[in-house]
Design a protein around this ligand. Sequence first.
Ligand SMILES: NC(=O)c1ccc[n+]([C@@H]2O[C@H](COP(=O)([O-])OP(=O)(O)OC[C@H]3O[C@@H](n4cnc5c(N)ncnc54)[C@H](O)[C@@H]3O)[C@@H](O)[C@H]2O)c1
Length: 266
Amino acid sequence: MTSPTPAPGSVALITGGTGGFGRALATKLRALDVTVVLADLDSERNRQVAKDLDSHFVVLDVTDRAANQAVVTQVEAEHGRLDAAFLNAGIAGKSRETLDVDEFLRVVDIDLFGVVYGTEAALPALRRAGGGSIVVTASLAGLSPMATDPGYSVAKGGAVAFVRSMAPRLVGEDIVVTAICPGFADTAIIDPIREEFEKAGFPVLTAEEVADAMIAAWTSGEPGAAYIIQPGVGAVPYKFKGVPSAKTRSGETAVVPEALRPPGMR
Ligand SMILES: NC(=O)c1ccc[n+]([C@@H]2O[C@H](COP(=O)([O-])OP(=O)(O)OC[C@H]3O[C@@H](n4cnc5c(N)ncnc54)[C@H](O)[C@@H]3O)[C@@H](O)[C@H]2O)c1
């Protein structure tokens, strides 16, 4: 993926914006003269992070559907437009051995429904801006499920499926929806397992490498693409294998009914 730069003066919203990826992304976007709004849980620390990064802060719990809409309304009111929404907030599960359904639901609520609500909220503003981009932070776990974290795997797999489902219908409106699928990266989310990587000499990504891929997904991402980011590999689009098409009684490949195809393929 190449990375032309976003137009200076563009406005970007980053959910989970004061975390590791959010901070790295905000730093790079501010250097490109993008107005950055970091949306995250309310804390003094998070407000200070935004200030330190010359970015704006808005309080957002991404599981609150109405709050997602209020944040986008605020961004438009204060900055005039929204060009890119990075739906990046996320947590991982902690129960590696047992299926903890309460934890499962909490992870899916944040990592999947947070993305759905964020998309719902951002779309009208992106339309008003004449087009734009939604970049969803999924995970490699969304393509290759982790046996130690079923909730995370389902949420991230769902996020990838959501991106692939939404993208085709928005192409005609110049709104590009993509997912990034990083492998393990050096942020607070891997604190509980960091030692295991160090002991095994297992390479992890830097947040900066992921932020570069997020920017490239904004500026040159293909609609519906899921970009894998791995140490030593860089950012590459995942090649979905597809499924066998239905055959008619006479053995020909059946054509999907027009109403079920995305607008551009009717
Ligand atoms: N670091 C990795 O190894 C890795 C790999 C693949 C994907 N990811 C994904 O990247 C995204 C960013 O994570 P990170 O690595 O920067 O970790 P991080 O823990 O540093 O950042 C996550 C951020 O999300 C915020 N957040 C959590 N719950 C929230 C909620 N309900 N509403 C709003 N914000 C909330 C946190 O406050 C935090 O700022 C997450 O979606 C994560 O699942 C991380």
